[in-house]
Design a protein around this ligand. Structure first.
Ligand code: ZN
Length: 256
């Protein structure tokens, strides 16, 4: 099976379409795994949700999904994010709102656990350090974990062969650094437990404006990270026409 792992699509249809074209260049993918924030910030919430649902897929809710359907307030959002959340909530079709309302926070699929932020705090924690990764892995019941939310592609491995720092053999194991993942980087899945973030499809934040995603080949046991060019100007024009905050469209040019 070939499964595209996507996160933080953020209602950016040109980016999402470019990722799917790239993933399907050598044949159709069998499924999509979506790590949340399909809507929010961007101009195409209904289109992106509809496209996701055309595929066999598993998806979890992100903070922007929760805000768009009223499952979460926007008190913790900044001004631009709040404006975008309100814009999205007003436009979300009823059938798609109920789909988003029913999204789970955590999904287990085979050897993988899918969550937006972290298992400690699914809708809010930005997993950015080894300490956070360790806390997450203590709660992870599968070998491999998939997270989004930070829009930063990385891989983080639990260290093998070292004694646990405390708690005896069943205590938490040490965790390596979060290593930024680059275009074309392949991760062979083995006995080492790990956490992957595929990066953001619709609003990358690592300084590379190209859409980010990962492809899982279950026969080979390999996850490969990819970056894909898309028509950034088309999304920016749609955002300006929609009256979404200018800063949100501008940042797409820089991948910040
Ligand atoms: Zn996000």
């Amino acid at each position: 099976m070939r499964i595209a792992i996507v996160a933080d699509i953020h209602a950016n249809l040109p980016a999402f379409e470019a990722v799917l074209r790239h993933a399907e260049a050598d044949g159709r993918i069998d499924a999509l795994w979506c790590l949340g924030d399909t809507v929010g910030y961007g101009p195409h919430p209904n289109e992106c949700l509809a496209l996701l649902r055309r595929y066999e897929h598993r998806a979890v809710a992100g903070n922007h999904d929760l805000a768009a359907c009223g499952r979460m307030g926007t008190e913790e959002f900044n001004e631009a994010a709040t404006a975008a959340a309100q814009w999205t909530a007003k436009r979300l079709k009823a059938s798609l709102r109920s789909y988003v309302q029913d999204l789970p926070m955590v999904v287990s699929e085979g050897d993988f656990t899918l969550v937006h932020g972290s298992l400690r705090w699914p809708e809010w924690e930005y997993l950015l350090s080894s300490e956070q990764a360790q806390a997450h892995l203590e709660l992870q019941r599968t070998p491999y974990g998939l997270v989004g939310h930070s829009h930063l592609p990385f891989v983080c491995l639990e260290e093998e062969g070292k004694p646990p720092p405390d708690g005896g053999p069943s205590g938490p194991r040490p965790v390596g650094a979060l290593v930024p993942a680059i275009d074309g980087q392949a991760v062979e899945l083995g006995s080492q437990r790990l956490i992957l973030n595929p990066g953001g499809v619709g609003q990358p934040r690592d300084g590379d404006p190209r859409a980010a995603y990962a492809l899982y080949d279950s026969d080979a046991g390999v996850v490969t990270f990819f970056r894909v060019e898309y028509d950034i100007a088309a999304t920016q024009q749609a955002m300006e026409a929609a009256g979404l905050p200018h800063w949100l469209s501008e940042r797409l040019s820089y991948g910040r």
